[in-house]
Design a binder for this molecule. Structure first.
Ligand code: NAP
Length: 249
C-alpha cells in the first residue's frame, strides 16, 4: 500500500505535532521536521507507529538553504516523493516594543518564518509540479491572526513575518494552480503551545483569552483539523484561501 507523503516543518511539538498525528491517522506517511528537540519529534514518530501509521523525523533548520535542500532529499530517500507540505515551523522572541529591537532578532524571525517557508515551497514545487514529473499536490502555510492585528507592543516583527506568509500564500496559489498545486493558509489565534514561553510569557493564552469571543484559547488539534481539510480533496476548489482558527477573533 502506498501512502501519500506529507512533510510538516516544526512537527515535533505544538500545532505541528497535532497535525502530524492527525495526518497519519488520515493515511499520510508523515515526515516530521524539527530543529533541536529530537526527543519530542521522535516521540511523535513512535506514537504514530504504535498506532499503525508511517512517520520519520528529520532534523533541519529551515532558515538555512542548504539544510532545506538536504531535508527534502532525505525525505525523498526515506518516504518517497512528496505530495503535501505544511509550512508550520515558526518562532517569536521576547515581547518588546519596536524601538528596543535589533536587526539580528528580526533576521532570526524572518529566516524561520519567511525565508524557510518560501524555500520549502520551492523544493515542494520541484517535486509536486506536473511540469516537473510530479502528480500535483497541496501546500498549507501556517500564518497567524497576528498578520491582521500586528501584535502591537509585543512582537510586531513576528506579526509582519506572518503578513509576508499570507502574501506568499495568495501569490503562489495563483502561479502554482497551473502546476496542479493548491496553496492555502491557516491563521491560528491564541493556541495552547510552548511558543508563548519563548515570548517570555508561558501563560499568555490564559491572560488574553478574555479578548476572544469564545473566551478560551484554542487547542493544537483544532488547528490541525483545518490544515488537514485544506490538504484534502474536500478542499479541491480552494486555493489562495486563508482560514482563521481563532475563536471568532
Ligand atoms: P511551538 O510549540 O513553539 O513549536 C514550534 C516548532 O517549530 C518546533 O517543532 C520547533 O522545533 C520548530 N522550529 C522552530 N524553528 C525552526 C527552524 N528554524 N527549523 C525547523 N523547525 C523549527 O510552536 P506552535 O505554537 O505549535 O506554532 C506552530 C506555528 O503556528 C508557527 O508558525 C506559529 O507562528 C503559528 N501560530 C501559533 C500560535 C499559538 O498561539 N501557538 C498562534 C498563531 C500562529 P524544535 O522542537 O526542534 O524546537
Amino acid at each position: 500500500m502506498t501512502f501519500p507523503v506529507l512533510l510538516i516543518t516544526g512537527g515535533g511539538r505544538g500545532i505541528g505535532a497535532a497535525t502530524a498525528r492527525l495526518a497519519a491517522a488520515r493515511g499520510y506517511a508523515v515526515a516530521i521536521n524539527y530543529r533541536r528537540d529530537a526527543t519530542a519529534a521522535q516521540a511523535v514518530v513512535e506514537r504514530i507507529r504504535a498506532d499503525g501509521g508511517q512517520a520519520a523525523a528529520f532534523a533541519a533548520d529551515i532558515g538555512e538553504e542548504a539544510e532545506v535542500v538536504r531535508l527534502f532529499a532525505e525525505v525523498d530517500g526515506t518516504l518517497g516523493r512528496l505530495s503535501a507540505l505544511v509550512n508550520n515551523a515558526g518562532v517569536l522572541e521576547t515581547q518588546m516594543r519596536v524601538e528596543a529591537m535589533d536587526a539580528a532578532r528580526v533576521r532570526r524571525i524572518l529566516a524561520t518564518n519567511v525565508i524557510g517557508p518560501l524555500l520549502c515551497c520551492r523544493e515542494a514545487i520541484r517535486r509536486m509540479s506536473v511540469h516537473h514529473g510530479g502528480q500535483g499536490g497541496a501546500i498549507v502555510n501556517v500564518s497567524s491572526v497576528a498578520a491582521r492585528t500586528g501584535s502591537p507592543g509585543e512582537y510586531v516583527d513576528y506579526a509582519a513575518s506572518k503578513g509576508a506568509v499570507d502574501t506568499l500564500t495568495v501569490g503562489l496559489a495563483q502561479v502554482a494552480a497551473a502546476d496542479g498545486i493548491r496553496v492555502n493558509g491557516v491563521r491560528p489565534g491564541f493556541i495552547h503551545t510552548d511558543m508563548h514561553a519563548s515570548g517570555g510569557e508561558p501563560d499568555r493564552v490564559d491572560r488574553v483569552k478574555a479578548f476572544v469571543p469564545m473566551k478560551r484559547g484554542g487547542q493544537p488539534g483544532e488547528v490541525a483539523q483545518a490544515i488537514l481539510w485544506l490538504l484534502s480533496e474536500q478542499a479541491s476548489y480552494c486555493s489562495g484561501t486563508i482560514i482563521d482558527v481563532a475563536g471568532g477573533r
